[in-house]
Each structure stands twice: as C-alpha cells, then as structure tokens.
Design a protein around this ligand. Structure first.
Ligand code: ZN
Ligand code: MN
Length: 471
C-alpha cells in the first residue's frame, strides 16, 4: 500500500500508579459504580488546586526512554481549553511546548517482512477526561450518561510520525508499544480504555481524515481499512477528502463524520499557572539505570542463551508474562524442547480458549517437558495432558497420565501388540513384501490402536519392520 500514509496518536493510561495525575483519588475505579472515585480536584471544582504526581512523571520518562526519545531538560503543563461534558473543568491539563519526550523510534516488522524503524514525534503527559456512555450508537443515542471516575487519570500521549503504510503495520506498531509498556510495568492492557488510538490517514496527495478514540487493536485495523476504501472511492469519483474528525462505529464497522478538524490554535493553549515547570534532566540517569530488559534485547538474549530460533524467541518475548514463564521452565528442562512446547503448543491451546499464560502452572509445564525428555510419554499424550489441564479435567500431569493410562506402554506390551498386529494383517504383510512401503503404516496404525496411542510411532515402525522381516 505505497500510497497509504498513517500516523497514530495513542493515549496510554498509566494505570499501574496508585493515585491519579493531580489528586489523591485511587486509580482502581474499573470495577466501581460510576462517579465514586472523584474529588474537587479531578472534578475541577472552584478553589481546588492540582498537585503533580511525581511517580506519574517518572513513569512517563521511563516510557520516553524505552521509546528511544530525547527527554527534555524542562517540561511544562498547559491548559488545553475546550468544552465537552466529560471534562467538567472546561480545560484539560496537557502539554504543548516543552513536552516530556521528543524524537524517538521503535522497530516493527513491516509488511514486507523486514524490520523497520517507526519514528516517534513526541510523548507528552496529560489528564484523562471522564467517560461518556451513550445509550446506543454515538449518532443515534437518545441520551448519554457521564462517568467522572476516569477523570484525572495519568495519560501519556504518544504521537508517531506518518511512517505507517497499512492497517497491518499500524497493528504491529500497537502490539510493539503494548509489549514495551507491559515490560516497563507502567501499564495493564487488560483494563477498559487502557489504550485509545486516534489515527490520521490519507492517500498520497490527498487531505487526511482523523478517526478518533478507537478502542481495541482489531478496531484500529478495521477502521483504517474502512477509511482507505472510503477515500479511494472518493478519489475515483474526483471528490476531495475533507479534513475532518470521524468516529469509528464498532457495531456497524464504518466511520462517520463528527466534526470538521479543529486546529491547535483553536484550543487557546496557555501555561497552567497552578503548576510550575519541572526540571527533569537530573532525574533521567537514575531512571535510565532502572530500566528493565526490553522485548528486543530479551529476544536477542533468548537466541543467544538458549539457542532458540528467532521466531520462537519472538513468540516467547512479546508478552512479558510468557517470557517469564518460559525462563522458569527453561531453567529446569531442555530449553529448546521447552520453547517448542510453550511457543507452538501451549500458546496455541491458550489462544484457542481465549486464556492467558497465567491459566497454566509453570510447574506443570516443567513436569511435562521432563516426561518428554525422559521419553516417558509420547508427544500425542503430552498434548492431551495440556488440554486436560486447561479444561480442568485433572489437577496434575501425573494424575491425568495415570487416570487416562497415557504413560508409554511397557516394552513387552508393545512387542505383544506388534506380534498380534502382524499376525492379523497378513494382506498388508503381503503388500509390503510386494514392495509397498506404505503397507507398513497400516500395521503401525493397528499397533497404535492396541496400545491406545501410548507407544511412540517411530519405535513401533521399527519394531513392525523387524517383525515382518523376521517372518
Ligand atoms: Zn480526584
Ligand atoms: Mn490528548
């Protein structure tokens, strides 16, 4: 999609903090009734004064550094003036000139399969407004309710350069950003509204439209695909794209116009006189030293330390929880075998059930990999054990193996089954003698049936061949 130009503005809620951005209200409002986590400051009542949450600024700097940004010497808050019912103050405390962080970049996997840099223009701090709850769709709702619990939560707004070339690349960028934020432990992506995306999109040479407040990464992909088609259709009919703000209607999978584009000058930005400028340059070295290992370096280390393929290393490091799980298991098993079973099997079974890695006990994975290493269960049985554990049909690998008889059959049992099968399948034996290699597979199948999958197919194959040759 060479003519597609996409830039993103991502509002990240720093929701691992204890209190909001400028007041002492708790950030744990997600399961509370509406309007129960508020105070005069976050409601903007007359006479209330904001106080900066130092931890929030430190988290912002952490993210800035992880996104390879330059952290400004001094940073300043501004008032962004506008009226909307979710913001009772009539202005949002945000940043304008002197934002926290500028000029960064992160790597994503491009559509062409090659890693490339996506530039980040800036990352600035601001407070979250409240939440409007529409009765129905935004353009047809009979009424709308407002919940101020979210008001005053710390947000970091990350603004990219228009470097993305397709909805898929936008998705890859968001996945990468989320991965980094979770590694930094400043963000929990599972909470409602944790990340909201505004997407600017244009076709080369045309004006751009902005789709506001898309929640969910799938939503971003869908909204962008819809916009590309809409703009292409306009171009085909020689109609100019107007600069405007659009809303993505998730129920109908379309974008609808909500207003013409507002420029920065319309917001009458001016410095927030209730807050002083912060000299943050001196904070940076200590924060830089405290940064954890990030996804890209952990991935490289997995390749180096455990001898994994790059694909396995990537699959195991995207989510910090999966990476931690893997390292627990790899410390007590053969790391390459553990990688295959976690990246290829366990993750697939989890995805299928819409579960996270926390649904599986790492101790159980250690036991399963050790049983495989010791050749005590077949791969077929190991998959069955993993499925049973996830479906809560057993409390430990050993219990499931015993109760379902999944242990590898004793050698003499296998040998007996081989002798029986060869004796019963005289036609297949004749076919094999006549040159049909495939006839052996039929006999192997009969042995597997007799041993209920507990024998290893490779071994059985060798035994059957030996037995037939011996006849
Ligand atoms: Zn408050
Ligand atoms: Mn914003």
């Amino acid at each position: 999609m060479d003519d597609v130009i996409i830039g993103l503005e991502i509002h990240v809620q720093l929701n691992r903090l204890e209190s909001k951005m400028f007041c002492g209200c708790s950030t744990k409002y997600h399961n509370s009734p509406p309007n129960t986590h508020t105070c005069p400051v976050c409601l903007g009542l007359p006479g209330s004064l904001p106080v900066i949450n130092r931890k929030a600024v430190e988290s912002g700097i952490k993210v800035g550094l992880a996104l390879n940004c330059h952290i400004e010497e001094e940073t300043l808050f501004y008032r962004k003036n506008y009226y909307y019912p979710d913001l009772s103050k009539g202005f949002q405390i945000s940043q304008y000139d002197y934002p926290l962080a500028t000029n960064g970049h992160i790597m994503i996997l491009g559509d062409d399969g090659i890693e490339r840099n996506i530039r980040i223009n800036r990352a600035h701090m601001e407070e979250d407004p409240g939440r409007l709850v529409h009765a129905g769709t935004i353009d047809r709702a009979k009424y709308t309710m407002v919940d101020y619990n979210r008001c005053g939560m710390s947000l970091l707004e990350v603004v990219t350069e228009p470097d993305l070339r397709s909805p898929k690349e936008a998705r890859a960028f968001l996945d990468k950003l989320k991965s980094i934020l979770e590694y930094l432990d400043v963000f929990d992506g599972s909470l409602e509204g944790a990340m909201r995306v505004d997407a600017n999109i244009s076709l080369r040479g045309g004006d751009r439209s902005e789709v506001k407040n898309i929640s969910g990464f799938k939503g971003v992909e869908k909204a962008l695909s819809y916009e590309i088609t809409r703009q292409r259709n306009l171009a085909r009919r020689n109609i100019k794209v107007v600069q405007e703000t659009r809303h993505f209607d998730e129920l109908r999978n379309i974008t609808v116009s909500i207003r013409s584009k507002v420029g920065a000058h319309d917001y009458r930005y001016f410095p927030e006189a209730d807050l002083v400028a912060m000299r943050i340059a001196s904070w940076v070295p200590a924060i830089r030293d405290s940064l954890p290992e990030l996804p890209d370096s952990r991935r490289e280390r997995f390749v180096r330390q455990y001898g994994l393929t790059d694909d396995h290393a990537k699959s195991l490091t995207t989510e910090i929880k999966v990476a931690d799980f893997y390292e627990l298991v790899a410390a007590r098993t053969a790391p390459k075998i553990a990688a295959v079973w976690i990246a290829d099997v366990l993750k697939g079974e989890l995805n299928y059930r819409n579960l996270g890695i926390e649904s599986f006990d790492p101790e159980h994975m250690v036991q399963i990999v050790q049983l495989l290493e010791g050749d005590e269960i077949t791969e077929h049985s190991a998959v069955a054990v993993i499925r049973d554990l996830l479906d809560k049909k057993g409390s430990s690998p050993q219990e499931i193996i015993t109760s379902r008889g999944l242990g590898k059959a004793e050698d003499d049992v296998v040998e007996k089954a081989v002798a029986e099968a060869v004796a019963e399948c005289s036609a297949a034996v004749a076919d094999y003698r006549a040159g049909s290699e495939r006839a052996l597979n039929y006999i192997v199948g009969q042995v597997m049936k007799k041993t209920r999958g507990k024998a290893s197919p490779g071994e059985v194959h060798d035994l059957v061949r030996a037995q037939v040759e011996r006849l």
